[in-house]
Ligand binder design. Sequence first.
Ligand code: ATP
Ligand code: MG
Length: 369
Amino acid sequence: MRLADFIDANLDLLLSDWRNFARQLDLRRSAVSEHALQTSARSLLRQLAAELRAGPQGTDNGEAAHGVTRQAHVHARNRLRAGFTLTEMVAEFCALRANILERWGRETDEMGTDAREDLVRFNQALDLALKESISRYSAGLERARDLFVGILAHDLRTPLGAIAMSAQALMLTDELPDRCREAATRIGHSGSRMQRMIDDLLDFTRTRLGSPLPLALSNSDLKDVCARALDEIRAVHPERDFLLECQGRLAGRWDANRLAQLLANLLANAVQHGDTDRPVALRVRRAEDGVIAEVHNQGTPIPPHMRHQIFDPLMRGPRHGIERRRTGLGLGLYIARQIAVAHQGTLTVASSESGTTFTLWLPDDPSPD
Ligand SMILES: Nc1ncnc2c1ncn2[C@@H]1O[C@H](COP(=O)(O)OP(=O)(O)OP(=O)(O)O)[C@@H](O)[C@H]1O
Ligand SMILES: [Mg+2]
């Protein structure tokens, strides 16, 4: 009997074997009913039989392969929801292959040309189903993780806001002893740092989930944005020197909050990774069709092979500057570049013995249409 006919004729038997195998896995944790698990297995078997029948030169071959792919995706989604691990899902496919071939082999006395062809095509179709299931399963898992991190980062903002407000209230209390005031200041600054990390994490998961960074464009002045970003960093690092130089008309249509976030990330990097006894300079000027902002610090140059990679998420370079312990997530430059790109601008780096400079170029109006 041809393998496709064998699968169709023995569908219930094969499914019961499959069920017995799945029962060996601990599916009490399953969020999906056994019926649903069986339904997706049944459809997958039917599609495998259809693919076998289509034959290598079959006119509907592409359609059948498409059917296998589609069903493999449904199957993977189902397994992920049911709490199968990736290993369990792969083991299930292996068991399916071994089981079908064993049962079919018992009924096929001679291995003729047809049978050999069936065997090859069955393995190809099953490998396609397996590959597609793995890729859909992995994508689903990544998405679930990103969502989890996104929700966590989002929900952490509220309690953190309460901490920052309470620290602020304490700092404004006249009769507070000096030691308590210092402690309240430290709480406030650590809160701001956590806030920045959480904002970055939230933006990171948002872009990983496929959404572009939302921008609220309005008429803004880059000079004000720079002043704001500098105020923030000065509050956290009053011991450091900062220079601000502004030249020309610096007005444009931008998202001022996002640009402040971008500059705050660059300034924090300059403080964190640059020489501690040298000033950090922020220079902004008019360019031909936009504006340029540069953040410069002295210190150990970024190694040439790292200059591209540092813009990748979760990528951190060698440790120097004040960074004795690792505190960053390696997201600052990734977010900064995402903000620049969302404004249709660019963010680049140059680094040598004379210092490290990050250069932001922004068009005056990213949405002229
Ligand atoms: N101004 C700078 N001078 C020298 N090295 C820098 C500078 N800015 C960034 N780097 C290098 O680039 C790496 C990536 O920077 P990025 O801002 O993305 O992450 P981070 O600062 O390590 O952590 P996070 O910003 O998430 O707190 C840093 O770890 C550092 O090695
Ligand atoms: Mg950083």
